[in-house]
Design a protein around this ligand. Sequence first.
Ligand code: ATP
Ligand code: MG
Length: 341
Amino acid sequence: KPRVFSGVQPTGNLHLGNYLGAITRFVALQDEHECLYCVVDLHAITVFQDPDELTHNTREVTAAFIAAGIDPTRQIIFNQSQVSGHAELAWILNCVARLGWLNRMTQFKEKAGKDRENASAGLYVYPNLMAADILLYHATHVPVGEDQKQHLELARDIAQKSNNDFAKTIARADYPGGFFPLPEPLIAGPATRVMSFRDGTKKMSKSDPSDLSRINLTDDADAIAKKIKKAKTDPEPLPSEVEGLEARAEADNLIGIYAALQGTQKDVVLRQYGGAPFSKFKEALAELATEKLTPIGDEMRRLLADPVEIDRILADGASRAHAIADPILAKTKDIVGFIRS
Ligand code: ATP
Ligand code: MG
């Protein structure tokens, strides 16, 4: 069975972009794959997190995974810091990845902003930790939103360079195809990059200060309707063909969201709403979003009422993740030349 790894940061405000770009894809993959879905708390602290909020948000992402339909008895759901191999392998990969590679990463530039001197060192090496997350399990497939494409390409470069750098000891350990498989990104569907409702040039994000910019998974029907109604659009009616969405970022975004929520494609949605004014389409979108999202929010709240059970699920997932990671990490140490007992 191919092995899937992906993660979501416990940084609060889980939103429609996380849901359509990542979490729904996680659910879809679980029948045919062995999946590890990780609440990446080590990644979250690359930007300071209030400790109590970090704990809460870790449980909230876990609840979202389960509420969306991931089965924690079949798949592995765990928080990253409980499997120390992530940090251990990340250190080794910090020593494989080149500064020039990291300097090209656009997410660092965006998140560090103008005050780059004041960004954490962790934020800079974030992509190396992400490579470690994947390679620690020899995962072959990684479902992510479009914004993570560059980090996945880097993970492949890091895997390749590791295979080359340690070719001598890898051959001795008998891995003819290289020790680390090159992970394939899975970026597909009509909503791989959900945009902000306030600014069609920015992706919808947990860290956007404006709550109107995103639909949160915990929003109720009124909040969903209000945010969609206020979403920025242009004055033209909807086009009848997908080509008519080029250069209309906000319209394209809303159509893509509708298509993804309905499990169809943009052209199908345009066949139904082409020529309609936005007001009419927005009402339909609010209804669809409410129907799909509010049961998830309700289930999240139900699960969060029992934090002991959530922590038990994470502990169980962590011990199963350890069972896969430990032999791979041990072999990695041999390959690097570390003595271990
Ligand atoms: P932050 O602003 O803290 O980075 P985020 O919204 O980017 O938060 P992450 O936890 O970094 O969320 O990403 C989790 C997953 O959600 C990743 O696979 C990422 O590609 C995906 N994702 C994030 N934002 C979007 C979006 N707007 N559209 C589609 N997918 C997204
Ligand atoms: Mg992000």
